[in-house]
Design a binder for this molecule. Sequence first.
Ligand SMILES: [Zn+2]
Length: 256
Amino acid sequence: MQIETAHSPNHDERREEIDMLVLHYTGMEDGESALAHMCNPEAKVSAHYMIWEDGRITRLVDEGRRAWHAGVASWQGDCDLNSRSIGIEIVNGGHNVPLDDGSPPPYAEAQIHALILLSKRTISRYGIPQTRIVGHSDIAPDRKDDPGEHFPWARLAAEGIGLYPEADEDADGTSVLPGDRGMLVDSLQRSLIAIGYGLEATGEFDEATAHAVNAFQRRFLPQRLGRHGDALTLAHIAKVQAAFSGVSSGSSTSSG
Ligand SMILES: [Zn+2]
């Protein structure tokens, strides 16, 4: 794995040990624009690595430093995620630079191959738990959509990078919608919180819950994105929660 170097000034001192991997798309016209943006001191954003469409990897910030990629975020009760994570930006226009039909452009094969190598190295180097490999939208569901519903999470999981329980075809049962209240909403919220999403168990399908459900679908059930708490989404949230709780924290030995 060959790594080129660029220098972003946008970093400071870590305050925690590294125990997370956060994946992003750049959401810009091309890699050159994204790199220039992350190297601009006025932008105040960066990442440790950026992966180009052709699989080249550029390091912008030393791993020992705190790169500025997560912003206001939370996961499994932690908040200063920049201090705890390695951040990887993958060059992809995403929702900001869609194809003619409005869909986000697919990730390039060489790029995903490079991402798999870099992620494996990072996970083993820091012993990152499987439940702490996340997308930006997981940790900031009210603000972020990246790396997007088109990101190949299942393929990464097959390589031991993150958990991705297989979804059932369909499910019977009650659905919940924004504005609903009650036990079912409360249990949905508690499951999302147990997975890691930052929200409160209010018993009401409020805006924060809607954002978290969307983020969950984007990551684990893209075919149901925007379908609120339909029966399959509720069933799959429970399934993912079970998978997450079956992984002992501090271990990175799961096969995913
Ligand atoms: Zn991002």
